[in-house]
Every structure is written in structure tokens, then in C-alpha cells.
Design a protein around this ligand. Structure first.
Ligand code: ATP
Ligand code: MG
Length: 378
């Protein structure tokens, strides 16, 4: 099957108008496309980039159909959209990634089972559907994390436990029909790889990003990651293999754990732009956002080599506790840019924006975002 490039002036539909949709919409605008957005929130961050915004909940399949009608391509920034809504959109316009790919990824238990049965390396885990089984799993695995299969992000929907009774309580408190219990891993480093793939199977993998989380939420990320050549090629091959096996069209982020013994495990997948590649705007000729537009519009994929080391630092809602921070303090640091998502309401843990910086070395880029962030907290 040949895929004609989608011409400028055509409309791209976005399921989701959060920050990922907003930044991808900016890239789509730059390439000359019109933008239509569906999001449950009226004042979603992508609203001001869109020709048209539809406000409706994710389970409104008619709204998903309205979004897709007349679009040359539809993509998404969030994987947890009910299958019926995905199918309704896919009936009316090419949806990338496909319903099937999103369906595998959107449920943590289904995703784990899929990765395991396709031979991709995972840490020890159990899929559980009641408190007793959760307690048994913790008895076997020891120190663990109980994660709800659906609906979790940024470390929400997860409880860290050590004893079986804590495991049982965690299952009850999560109020999820299915959870995954993961043995707590001795992680040396967290890396991520981003794969971009077109419908004809042409694919590229970005060099790995090194990521540091606090309490389950990404704090900062830096490229190049410092992984040695062998780990780097192993990580890229793994991510390209998963992307191909899933038949991803668009982007696939693969979160990886490097253990103390150097072995590589898959943490989880995201079929969309990813927080750990926001600095792709600085580090590579092609940002993840532009790459997504290129991939779904059957355009040539852009170069992904590292042209300049770069880093990002997330800005979470707690920084707004005493009013908006003085961003001039961050902008005074050489190489630093401020990216704000236009969210009107700040809440603790809510991703409000990020800082990015380039540098002569990854250490310098990281040092710049860290000192700019510190300046905002004083
Ligand atoms: P996000 O949306 O930020 O990707 P999430 O809610 O999907 O987060 P995970 O990716 O499952 O959550 O976990 C968040 C972080 O918690 C990981 O990046 C890692 O730092 C830590 N973590 C998760 N699972 C484990 C594990 N099995 N052992 C040790 N640490 C873990
Ligand atoms: Mg994660």
C-alpha cells in the first residue's frame, strides 16, 4: 500500500489537547496544517493552537467521530481512550497509532502480558484481581509496587509495599479491578528511547535520554544519556523491535530500567510524545513533536542525531503555591528556555511547564536547568 503525503492545509485531529497535544499542534501549524482538538476540558492547553476544539468526555464516541470527520490524519496524546471512541475516529480518518496498538498499551496488565509473550525483557511481576492474590504476590516478590492496570500516570495509582498485608490494603485502596504487582528493582539508571515509525515501516530511534524521577514523577532528563555504545544499541534495537511488533505508526516511547548488573528491562510504553523527550527540540534536528506530524502525514522522517547536548526540568504545580514564579530568574541562566502550557489552574504534582537548556556537554545542559529551577524556588 502506498501512502501519499498529507498536503499542507489539510486538517490533523488530536485526541487530547494537553501539553503534548499543544506542542504537537504547534509543530503541525509550523508545517502548514490545520488543527482540530478533542479534550474533556474546555480550556485545554491546545485550545489556542486549534481552529476548532470539541469539548467532550473520552467515552463520547460521537464526539470522536466528529473530531475525525474531514481530517486527513488523527493522532492522540493520551492512550487511555475507550476502544469504542478510538474505533469511531478510525472509521472516519486514518488513526495513528492504530486502535490495536493503543489497546495493547493502554492497560498496564495487557501491555505487560504482551511484552512478556513477545519475549521482551521485564522484571518480575504478577497480574492480580483481588486483595488476597495481591498479598500472595507480595509474599513471593518481596518489596513491590502495586500499580493499577488502568488510569495511572505520573506515579498516581501506585502504592509501594513490603509486606503481604500492605499489598492487600494497597489493592483495596487503589479501587481498581486489576492491578500489576511489580517486584521493586535495584535500578542503576533510567533511560528512554523514542521510536518514530511510518505506515510503510520506515523507522528511526532517537538516542537514549537519561531520566530522574522523584516519587514516580519525572524531575529531569538529559541527552546524551551517557550510556555506552553497547547499551545504547541494545536499547535502540529493543525499542525498534517493540515498535515494529506493535505496528506503531507515529511515536512509541519505551521507558527502560538499567539494573546494577547492567541488564536492561522494559518499564512501560507510551504510544505518543513523551515527557523525557521534550528537550528533543534542543538536542536534535527534529523534535519529537515535528517527528510525530511527519510520521502520520507520510513525510520523510527527520534526522535524530544529537546536534547539541540538552536537558529539561519539569515545572510542577507546587511551584505556583505563592503565585506564579519569577521566570526572569530562570531566563537569566544562559541557554535556558521557559515552556509553559497555559494551564489556568495549578495543583500540586500537575505538570505546568518545563525548563530546557542546551550546553557544550550534557553536564552543562543539566547544570543549567537545575540552577534555573533552583532560582525559581528561591
Ligand atoms: P509516568 O507517567 O511518569 O511514566 P507512571 O505513573 O506510568 O509514570 P511508572 O513508569 O510505572 O509510573 O513508574 C514511575 C517511576 O517509578 C519509574 O520511572 C521508576 O522511577 C519508579 N518505578 C516504577 N516501577 C518500579 C519498579 N518495579 N522498581 C523500582 N522502581 C520503579
Ligand atoms: Mg513511567
Amino acid at each position: 500500500m502506498t501512502h501519499a503525503p498529507v498536503p499542507p492545509g489539510a486538517t490533523i485531529g488530536f485526541l487530547g489537547g494537553g501539553q503534548l497535544g499543544r506542542m504537537t499542534a504547534m509543530a503541525a501549524r509550523t508545517l502548514g496544517y490545520e488543527v482540530r482538538v478533542l479534550d474533556p476540558e474546555r480550556d485545554c492547553p491546545a485550545r489556542y493552537l486549534a481552529n476548532e476544539t470539541i469539548t467532550a468526555p473520552w467515552d463520547d464516541a460521537d464526539a470522536a467521530a466528529r473530531l475525525a470527520t474531514g481530517c486527513a490524519a488523527v493522532t492522540l496524546e493520551i492512550e487511555q481512550i475507550p476502544r469504542a471512541s478510538l474505533e469511531a475516529a478510525a472509521k472516519l480518518a486514518p488513526l495513528s497509532p492504530s486502535v490495536e496498538a493503543v489497546y495493547v498499551v493502554q492497560d498496564r496488565a495487557r501491555q505487560k502480558a504482551w511484552l512478556g509473550s513477545n519475549g521482551f525483557p521485564l522484571g518480575p511481576f504478577r497480574i492480580v484481581g483481588d486483595a488476597t492474590t495481591t498479598g500472595d504476590a507480595v509474599a513471593t516478590l518481596g518489596k513491590s509496587i502495586v500499580k493499577s492496570a488502568m488510569g495511572g500516570y505520573d506515579g498516581r495509582g501506585q502504592v509501594r509495599v513490603t509486606r503481604p498485608d500492605e499489598g492487600r490494603a494497597a489493592f483495596e485502596s487503589l479501587r481498581a479491578p486489576v492491578c500489576v504487582v511489580e517486584g521493586f528493582l535495584d535500578i542503576a539508571t533510567e533511560l528512554s528511547v523514542l521510536v518514530a515509525r511510518r505506515a510503510d515501516g520506515v523507522a528511526v530511534a532517537y538516542p537514549t535520554s537519561r531520566n530522574v524521577h522523584t516519587g514516580g514523577v519525572l524531575t529531569w532528563a538529559v541527552t546524551p544519556s551517557g550510556a555506552d555504545a553497547s547499551l545504547e544499541s541494545q536499547a535502540q534495537a529493543l525499542a525498534l523491535g517493540i515498535g515494529e511488533q506493535l505496528g506503531i505508526v507515529g511515536l512509541l516511547a519505551v521507558e527502560l530500567f538499567v539494573l546494577q548488573d547492567g541488564s536492561l528491562l522494559v518499564n512501560e510504553l507510551a504510544p505518543r510524545p513523551h515527557n523525557t523527550f521534550h528537550h528533543s527540540e534542543r538536542a536534535h534536528p527534529t523534535s519529537q513533536f515535528e517527528q510525530l506530524v511527519r510520521a502520520i502525514c507520510h513525510l520523510p522522517l527527520g534526522a535524530v542525531d544529537v546536534v547539541r547536548p540538552a536537558a529539561i526540568h519539569n515545572l510542577l504545580g507546587e511551584l505556583w503555591q505563592r503565585g506564579a514564579p519569577d521566570f526572569g530568574k530562570a531566563l537569566a541562566v544562559p541557554g535556558v528556555r521557559v515552556h509553559l502550557y497555559g494551564k489556568k489552574e495549578s495543583r500540586p504534582g500537575r505538570k505546568m511547564g518545563h525548563l530546557s537548556a542546551d550546553g557544550a556537554t550534557p553536564e552543562e545542559a543539566l547544570d543549567r536547568v537545575l540552577s534555573a529551577y533552583r532560582a525559581l524556588t528561591i
